[in-house]
Write a protein that binds this ligand. Structure first.
Ligand code: UDP
Length: 191
C-alpha cells in the first residue's frame, strides 16, 4: 500500500544532464523513467514539473544581453524540451503519460488545467507539467509549488543537484536510503 495517493515531483534541468555538464543524458533519463515507473506501479498518482537549467535560464541570458522576458520564454521552452524527453523515456517503457503545457502549444502538449490534470492522473496517466507557470520572472520551483497545490498533491519531492554544506565536495547528490525516487529527493509535506 503506497503511503501517498498523489505526488508532485520536481526535477531540475541539471538533474537530467548526468555527468555531461549540459543537455540531456539518455542514461540518466532512462533511470528516472524506471524509478517513476516503479512508483507508478504502486498505484501512486504522479505529476512532474521539470526545470530547464540544463539548457537555458532567462536570468543568465539577460546577463549576456538577452531581453529578460524573451530569455525566460526561452527557459520555458527548455522545460518543454526536457518534458518531451521524459515523456518519450516513459513511453518507451510503457508508462502512459501526458505533457501539459502552461502556454498553449498544441500539438506538442495539451494546454494545462487543474481538472484536466487530475482527471488524467486518476485515469492512470503520469502528468508532466511543462513551461513552468507560463509567466516570465518565475522559476520552475515556483511552478512546482503552484502545481503541487493545484493538483492537491500529498507531498512534493524535489530531485536536484544541491550544494553540500561542508567541503570538500562542493556539489553533492543526496541519496536517501529506501527511496525509490533516488538519487536526489527532498520531500516537503503539503500539509
Ligand atoms: N521560467 C520562467 N517562468 C516559469 C518557469 C521557468 O520564466 O514559470 C524560465 C526561467 O528563465 C528559468 C528557466 O525557465 O530560469 C528554467 O527554469 P528553472 O531555472 O527553474 O530550471 P531548473 O533550475 O529547475 O533546471
Amino acid at each position: 500500500m503506497a503511503r501517498f495517493k498523489r505526488i508532485l515531483l520536481k526535477l531540475s534541468g541539471e538533474s537530467l544532464m548526468g555527468e555531461q555538464g549540459h543537455g540531456i543524458d539518455p542514461q540518466r533519463l532512462a533511470d528516472y523513467a524506471r524509478q517513476i515507473e516503479e512508483v507508478h506501479r504502486m498505484g501512486v498518482q504522479i505529476g512532474i514539473v521539470i526545470g530547464g537549467g540544463n539548457i537555458f535560464r532567462g536570468l543568465s541570458g539577460s546577463q549576456k544581453g538577452f531581453d529578460r522576458v524573451k530569455g525566460d520564454q526561452m527557459g520555458m521552452c527548455a522545460t518543454v524540451i526536457n518534458s518531451l524527453a521524459l515523456s518519450s523515456a516513459l513511453g518507451a517503457i510503457g508508462v502512459k503519460n501526458k505533457v501539459l503545457t502552461a502556454i498553449r502549444m498544441e500539438p506538442i502538449g495539451e494546454f494545462y488545467s487543474k481538472w484536466k490534470a487530475i482527471e488524467a492522473m486518476e485515469a492512470g496517466y503520469v502528468c508532466i507539467f511543462s513551461a513552468g507557470t507560463g509567466s516570465p520572472y518565475f522559476t520552475t520551483d515556483t511552478g512546482s509549488s503552484l502545481r503541487g497545490i493545484e493538483i492537491e498533491a500529498d507531498v512534493m519531492l524535489k530531485g536536484t543537484r544541491v550544494m553540500a554544506s561542508t567541503p570538500p565536495t562542493p556539489r553533492k547528490t543526496l541519496r536517501p536510503r529506501n527511496s525509490p525516487l533516488s538519487p536526489t529527493m527532498r520531500s516537503t509535506r503539503a500539509d
